[in-house]
Design a binder for this molecule. Structure first.
Ligand code: NAD
Ligand code: MLT
Length: 529
């Protein structure tokens, strides 16, 4: 079946060309659709591509049963309910770099326009006036630009401001002295930026911590005659406080590309002659629109064909060099997790995953997500994936612990998955022996075994006594269950022992009931990997 992609906001035609060209991908446009029509189209959709208009709410996400990936052609994902996407196992990707340059250039255009009042002068000229006195501006040279948020766009703006011979002071919680030096900016606290700047430009995301960060208190700290630019997100500046600060003369001008509610047609700030505004045009260039649409289209194709993405928002991306190291263990970890979902009895409290040998040097978080995916898949089926496995495990109260050790008992690598329930603690260990030999389960609880982690297994705990193996074999033959391989492990002669049988089809509870009742058999588990 084709991988269906619904596009609900207008995207550059050149940008979606890779999707049109991809094999087995079907595109459905919902750019003119009502919400009901969009929901209808999403019923069999696997991907949804949006810009900032479509509000991807929890309700919308929950009404899209087959959705696997949401692509945001742009940076900000504040129109997407990320928690709801993660909880539903939907990966969200964005295009973080595609419009950086355009947004930075737009910011510079806004700074220039504010300084020289170009839009006002143009409007006045259009009204037939030749008013040269009214539109005296200010120079940028040697003025101080304050940048709040020195990420991709903030840094590009800093470069350009240096070109205008401005002094730049910036605040970003992650700004290091080294980066500040490299960019030629002075690092400061928020207050130092507010106090020093002649122009202040905002480049943070809209977060709980940045909402209304430029408020009445902040305006008080600024220089008289300061000019403010917001090409990031509406809501970071308290618009009522900005209005008052302009009316009082504290703020000489404001340039806004974004506002807390968009479209912001008719907003009272637009009535002030000190304000210039554009309708969220920061990324609206031919180049940026093509670039962001190409980026998300390629990620959707990558997801549909390889199951991975380059720009995940709700799950950490795996750098290529790490992917090379962990990818061989994906299948093994998922199978070990699944194995334990069948092997452990009782309410699960804790899952401890130990990575030994060569894996002790590696970022193993992708493997932990995979183990949890395997473990939870018994109950969550395909509702669990590596986007939401950690979230789901946490939600049901399982405590997840990762351990690393160089000691790997003679194996090159060894992964132990231990499950602690309110009734027992069970363990399985596995190793990857290389491309040719594949993976093996090498220990189940205290018993050393050598089992391929695949197919249908029967785990039979018994007392090491003559006859046990024979009786099991005879019963399975009577049930027409063929044994492909068999492994026996024991702690000591005559002590506790385990049989691990690979059988040709999944054994039902009825088929193994008699084995459970046999003498010297203590427990039987049927495991489908
Ligand atoms: P980015 O993630 O590269 O940078 C954001 C920076 O903000 C980070 O360095 C982060 O550390 C910093 N930050 C977070 N909280 C902060 C705080 N409390 N104080 C100071 N800094 C803080 O993002 P980006 O690509 O540079 O985008 C910046 C903003 O611009 C985003 O809001 C994005 O949505 C918006 N944007 C708007 C347009 C537009 O059309 N107007 C286009 C592109 C991006
Ligand atoms: C963004 O976050 O990328 C911008 O707001 C641009 C947009 O998509 O409108």
């Amino acid at each position: 079946m084709a991988f269906k992609v619904v596009i609900s906001d207008p995207l550059s035609e050149e940008g979606i060309y890779p999707l049109r060209e991809a094999e087995n991908i079907e595109i459905d446009f919902a750019t003119e659709s009502t919400e009901e029509e969009l929901i209808e189209k999403l019923q069999d959709a696997n991907a949804l591509l949006v810009r900032s208009q479509t509000q991807v709410t929890r309700e919308l996400i929950e009404k899209a049963p087959n959705l696997k990936i949401i692509g945001r052609a742009g940076v900000g994902v504040d129109n997407i309910d990320l928690d709801a996407a993660t909880e539903n196992g939907i990966i969200v990707v964005n295009a973080p770099d595609g419009n950086t340059n355009s947004a930075a250039e737009h910011t510079v255009a806004m700074i220039m326009s504010l300084a020289r009042r170009i839009p006002h002068a143009h409007a006045s000229l259009q009204e037939g006036k030749w008013d040269r006195k009214k539109y005296i501006g200010v120079e940028l040279k040697h003025k101080t630009l304050g940048i709040i948020g020195l990420g991709r766009i903030g840094a590009e703006v800093a470069h350009r401001a240096k070109g205008q011979r401005m002094n730049v002071i910036a605040y970003d919680p992650f700004l290091t002295e080294e980066t500040a030096q490299k960019l030629g900016v002075k690092g400061g606290t928020v207050d130092e930026v507010l106090e020093a700047a002649d122009f202040i430009t905002i480049h943070t995301p809209l977060l709980d911590s940045t909402r209304n960060m430029i408020n009445a208190d902040a305006f008080k700290k600024m220089k008289d005659g300061v000019r403010i630019i917001n090409c990031a997100r509406g809501g970071i500046i308290d618009e009522d406080a900005l209005y008052d600060a302009i009316e009082s003369g504290k703020v000489a001008g404001a340039a806004l590309d974004v506002m807390s509610e968009e479209p912001f047609v008719g907003h009272k700030l637009l009535d002030l002659p000190q304000v210039i505004a554009t309708p969220h045009l920061g990324a609206s260039t031919v180049e940026a629109q093509e670039s962001v649409a190409v980026d998300v289209s390629l990620d959707v194709i990558k997801f549909a064909t390889e199951g991975t993405v380059r720009n995940p928002v709700n799950m950490p991306s795996i750098p290529t060099n790490l992917l090379k190291k962990v990818a061989p263990f994906f299948e093994l970890t998922e199978r070990l997790g699944k194995f334990m979902a069948y092997a452990a009895k009782g309410k699960v409290q804790q899952i401890n995953i130990k990575y030994a040998g060569e894996l002790s040097e590696v970022d193993v978080r992708p493997l932990t997500r995979n183990t949890l995916k395997g473990f939870l898949s018994r109950n969550y089926g395909n509702h669990v994936n590596d986007v939401n496995s950690r979230y789901l495990a946490g939600r049901i109260g399982i405590d997840i612990n990762e351990h690393k050790t160089a000691e790997s008992k003679g194996f090159l690598n060894l992964i132990t998955v231990e499950v602690v329930t309110d009734e027992e603690t069970r363990q399985v260990k596995g190793t990857f022996l290389g491309e040719k030999l594949g993976s093996r389960i090498v220990q189940v609880d205290d018993y050393a075994v050598d089992v391929f982690p695949e197919g249908h297994l029967l785990l039979i705990y018994h007392k090491d006594q003559p006859g046990a193996i024979g009786r099991v074999g005879t019963h399975l033959a009577a049930e027409n269950i063929n044994i492909a391989t068999m492994q026996v492990g024991r702690t000591e002669e005559g002590g506790k022992a385990i049989m691990v049988l690979r059988i040709d089809h999944s054994a039902t509870a009825d088929e193994i009931k008699e084995i459970v009742d046999m003498p010297n058999i203590t427990d039987v588990k049927a495991i489908d990997l």
